[in-house]
Design a protein around this ligand. Sequence first.
Ligand SMILES: Nc1ncnc2c1ncn2[C@@H]1O[C@H](COP(=O)(O)OP(=O)(O)OP(=O)(O)O)[C@@H](O)[C@H]1O
Ligand SMILES: [Mg+2]
Length: 365
Amino acid sequence: MSSSPFPYDKLSVGDSFIARDKDLAKLQASVEAGTNLLIYSKRRMGKSSLIKQFFQSQTSTICIYADVYDVTKKEDFARLLLKSLSHVKLNKSVLKNLADLFKRLRFEMTIDPKNDKYGIRPTLSSLTFDEMMQDFFAAIQGLSEKQPVVIAIDEFQQIAHIKDTHLDAYLRKFIQERNTNVSFIFAGSKRHLLTSLFAYKAPLFEMANHYALTPLAFEDIRAYVSQHLNISDDDLGYLCTDIADNETKMMQHLLHLLYVGKAKTPIRREMIDQALDEILNEKEATFRLLFDVLNTNQRIAMKAVVNAGRKLYSEAVLQQLGITKSALQSAIRQLFARELIDKENERYFIPDRSLELWLGRMMAS
Ligand SMILES: Nc1ncnc2c1ncn2[C@@H]1O[C@H](COP(=O)(O)OP(=O)(O)OP(=O)(O)O)[C@@H](O)[C@H]1O
Ligand SMILES: [Mg+2]
């Protein structure tokens, strides 16, 4: 793929990061106050990019990032936290005392040839979950005596699926005992799961301030896009809102295709529609396969979500679809469990904007 100023299939940091000044300031304030932040948004909005961009801007804070998306066992979680230490850049003075930081863990020193920064790489031998967690948190406490530490755990809702221990209770204990120099950022996209981890009476209740990441501001998008594309405000609005429905990734994908095809010429609306066709055509086979493995009720439910959203279980909708309420409810539950649909404010929706548009097209034809 040729490079473009619009990354749509990787995180956006540095020059390609479209301003999020308010959100970066929020993170900064949270870290400075030593408090914890729970960031959530729909998928593909820019949570991970925001965290990475924030970390890049930090000069005197130790920044630790762990993405726990794939984690299903408590040991994996602990290992991932420890491994995340290998990406941390440390000063020489901290490194000298490294042996004091870890009780059981052995580690190697690393040097990044690009910037001569020192780091560490733990060698994970046969430690138990408790030992790994204790060592990790002891190390964090030690590090935070010299410098502020921020720990971002991305896709945090995944810990709700770890059944072999109460990780939330475990984390609560550490969070309560931590130095004021340590702060956490928890991020994720499944709002109901995430907020249930922090709900009243849950172990993490009141352990973090909640922050909903909203779509990029139109003025910020326009300021950035106008440096690279000749596009009217009207057409940019059409692209961002009508087509991408404010999903940052979809917006970037469309902009990328326009850029690669027609960087110098004025963008016309047909070109935006063509770019959308290209995206949907490219995904056709994948979406078709995904749809083909659904059973009849699940397909009906998918269509119902695209069309009805909030009024899903109304008599009129049920009658039109020819399905009973309980059959629809059960299909909705299955789709929800497979993450093909999501729910916000009592309304179901398809979290992948391109899939939603593809389904809309298929149903219209
Ligand atoms: N501030 C930004 N400027 C430019 N592009 C961005 C910005 N934020 C996100 N993007 C782009 O949007 C896409 C999705 O971003 P990212 O992966 O950070 O979102 P996310 O909310 O973490 O998604 P997920 O829920 O899938 O983990 C990426 O292609 C990224 O390049
Ligand atoms: Mg992410």
